[in-house]
Design a binder for this molecule. Structure first.
Ligand code: ADP
Ligand code: MG
Length: 370
């Protein structure tokens, strides 16, 4: 069934891809620092992190175009490489798709897609037709790449990468060369095709939006290490630290110092167990979880409200962002600035006093880093 892989002992339960304790140094600099993860068949895993954190290096080692200093890689339970043994890239049954997906300009769309295929002319034609139909480009089958739009070229590249039915597809920022307006549509189409094909996918991106939209599992990478892993929902709603929270959206930080087991904030005392007396604390809240208490305006605080004590602030400025408005408040409590998002158009004048409430169940408490 598979043309390129040499699979000695298919292990039904083994993950499609397993990476164990991968290490890569450049000039003594640790670039990939003890990275381990696995990807089951049919799942999309996003390796997400800021530029320079080691994502592409990890991908290149898995593809076999770079070598690790330590660690092992398995495909379907079979060792593909460690520091002495190495299956060459073309025999790993791994498909590749990069940002500059570089179609062959002198080959037709059909020949581009057929490029990595083995088998009879007929078999190749069947597979090429099937995939081009699936990406809605059958009518361009005999055209050349230059006559296609960027989005169409991207779909040809996807068809080319999937044509030999790779066990694993590695994608490195595959959408970043595309027009912003097209990206979400192409992401969704790509995801649908990947799911149909049942390929295990490792997608590298620095865009949290893309990772949230595409991933079954996100690996959040920073400084060569995976700092958190899980479903998009888990990373967004239970970040491991302040930087992980800030990676997915704008955040507010309420700064405080622990006294007993409590930390005082504009919204009353927070229980902060597990942090030493006197420790500095960051309480993190996303702007959409700060609510303006319109009913209470002018009536003063009401301590029985379920989301805790409201706090008064004065509008510093308000901006319309499209789907929502972003309002900045200077808090009476300590002069700090907090940002709240309000659906649609809400543009109160600077200087307007308002009451804010906080969703305590949406707050994340972290020890402050120096
Ligand atoms: P990312 O894909 O997350 O942006 P990379 O894996 O490309 O990051 O690079 C991680 C770090 O390793 C960067 O600091 C980069 O400069 C360095 N690096 C990557 N490849 C090499 C190389 N061949 N030689 C030296 N340094 C490299
Ligand atoms: Mg990169």
């Amino acid at each position: 069934m598979n043309q390129t892989a040499k699979i000695d002992r298919p292990v039904a339960e083994a993950p499609r891809l397993e990476v164990q304790n991968l290490v890569r140094r450049f000039d003594g600099q640790m670039v990939v620092d003890d990275v381990s993860f696995s990807i089951p068949a049919g799942q999309v895993t996003c390796l997400l992190g800021p530029s320079g954190c080691g994502k592409s290096t990890t991908l290149r080692i898995i593809a076999g175009v770079d070598m690790q200093d330590a660690g092992r890689i398995y495909v379907d339970g079979n060792l593909v490489c460690d520091t002495v043994f190495r299956v060459p890239p073309e025999r790993r049954a791994i498909g590749l798709m990069f940002q500059d997906f570089a179609l062959f300009p002198h080959l037709s769309v059909a020949d581009n897609v057929a490029f990595g295929l083995k088998g009879s002319k007929e078999e190749k034609r069947t597979r090429v037709t099937e995939l081009l139909d699936r990406v809605r480009l059958l009518k361009h089958i005999d055209n050349f790449p230059h006559s296609l739009s960027g989005g169409e070229q991207q779909r040809v590249a996807l068809a080319r990468a999937l044509a030999p039915r790779p066990r694993i597809l590695l994608m490195d920022e595959p959408f970043s060369g595309l027009d912003e307006r097209l990206r979400d549509g192409i992401r969704d189409e790509t995801l649908a095709l990947l799911k149909e094909e049942g390929t295990a996918v490792l997608l590298v991106t620095h865009e949290p939006h893309e990772a949230m939209r595409m991933a079954d599992q996100i690996l959040l990478m920073r400084g060569g290490k995976i700092v958190q892993r899980g479903a998009p929902y888990n990373l967004y709603n239970a970040p491991v630290d302040r930087a992980a929270a800030a990676f997915f959206s704008d955040i507010n930080v309420l700064k405080g110092r622990v006294k007993g087991a409590l930390t005082a904030t504009p919204f009353g005392d927070f229980l902060t167990p597990g942090h030493a007396d006197g420790a500095e604390i960051d309480i993190v809240i996303r702007p959409q979880h700060l609510k303006i208490d319109f009913d209470r305006a002018g009536r003063g605080p009401n301590p029985t409200v379920q989301d805790g004590t409201p706090a008064r602030g004065v509008v510093e400025r308000a901006r319309f962002m499209g789907r929502e408005s972003l309002v900045e408040f200077r808090m009476d409590f300590d002069g700090s600035i907090l940002r709240a998002t309000v659906p649609n158009v809400f543009l109160p004048k600077p200087g307007t006093p308002m009451w804010l409430m906080i969703r305590r169940d949406r707050c994340f408490v972290f020890g402050a880093k120096a």
